[in-house]
Design a protein around this ligand. Structure first.
Ligand SMILES: [Zn+2]
Length: 249
């Protein structure tokens, strides 16, 4: 994932906008010490919109995302002209959706939703977990880029969730940092061990629901955006054979 298109320097314009925006939200108190006098004095600027068609209300963004998935399922994906898209996106970005998805190589969200460059803000980590850095990335997407839709996307046959399930059910342990990842997923698996149906399927869905909950519990910035109707947060499960994304409650 890349949130920038120029070298990371402390005073790049997007960072200044982010800090100004952070200063206007409920996170203002916490963010205030980070703000320079210049940033505080500056008038907030509207985020640039190189793709006007991406300026959508949350429900319209979800409809467009799912239409893209249907094209992908049907084998009718659009031809993307990367040459002109690159040029249009040199100065800024305004994606219409963010996806917190698994790192699994079979789940490339840009393909799954038939999106072009500048459309999808993708944060990926095995097990589609909300991590601190991932959450900061999503907050940036919502607060600075004005993204109206955020999907937590789990998938069928997720190895990370299976690792968490084996830990919860069988006491499995893993080498290196994988242990920590499995431990973060294990409570979701534990919660559905006694449920009817396929236990891995149930754990994958529960993991999506638990991470949706994490987003709003841990981020006042996202909570505020939802409360103000600027952001919709949804969960989905990607089916490996069909490519279909099913929305889950
Ligand atoms: Zn996975």
């Amino acid at each position: 994932m890349c949130t920038c298109h120029e070298p990371h320097t402390p005073d790049r314009p997007e960072r200044r906008r982010f800090l100004r925006l952070a200063g206007m939200t409920a996170a203002a108190v916490a963010a205030a010490p980070l703000l320079s006098n210049t940033a505080l004095a500056a008038t907030p600027a509207a985020a640039p919109t190189p793709k006007p068609q991406n300026q959508l209300a949350p429900d319209a963004a979800l409809e467009r995302l799912m239409q893209g998935n249907q094209r992908y399922v049907d084998g009718l994906t659009r031809r993307h002209d990367f040459l002109t898209e690159r040029e249009a996106l040199v100065s800024a970005q305004n994606p219409y959706a963010a996806v917190l998805g698994c790192a699994d190589s079979r789940i490339a969200p840009e393909y799954a939703f038939d999106t072009a460059r500048g459309d999808l803000f993708a944060v990926r980590v095995a097990g589609n977990l909300v991590t601190d850095d991932g959450l900061a990335s999503l907050e940036y997407g919502v607060a600075v880029l004005g993204i109206p839709l955020l999907m937590v996307l789990g998938h069928e046959g997720c190895g990370a969730v299976e690792a968490g399930l084996k830990m919860a059910r069988d006491g499995a342990s893993y080498p290196g940092h994988i242990q920590g990842l499995a431990a973060a997923i294990a409570p979701s698996a534990q919660a559905v061990l006694e449920h009817k149906g396929d236990v891995l399927e149930n754990a994958i869905a529960q993991n999506v629901r638990d991470n949706l909950k994490q987003l709003t519990e841990r981020s006042s910035l996202l909570r505020d955006a939802i409360a103000e109707g600027r952001l919709k947060v949804v969960g989905g499960i990607y089916r490996l054979a069909s490519g279909k994304v099913e929305l889950i409650a």
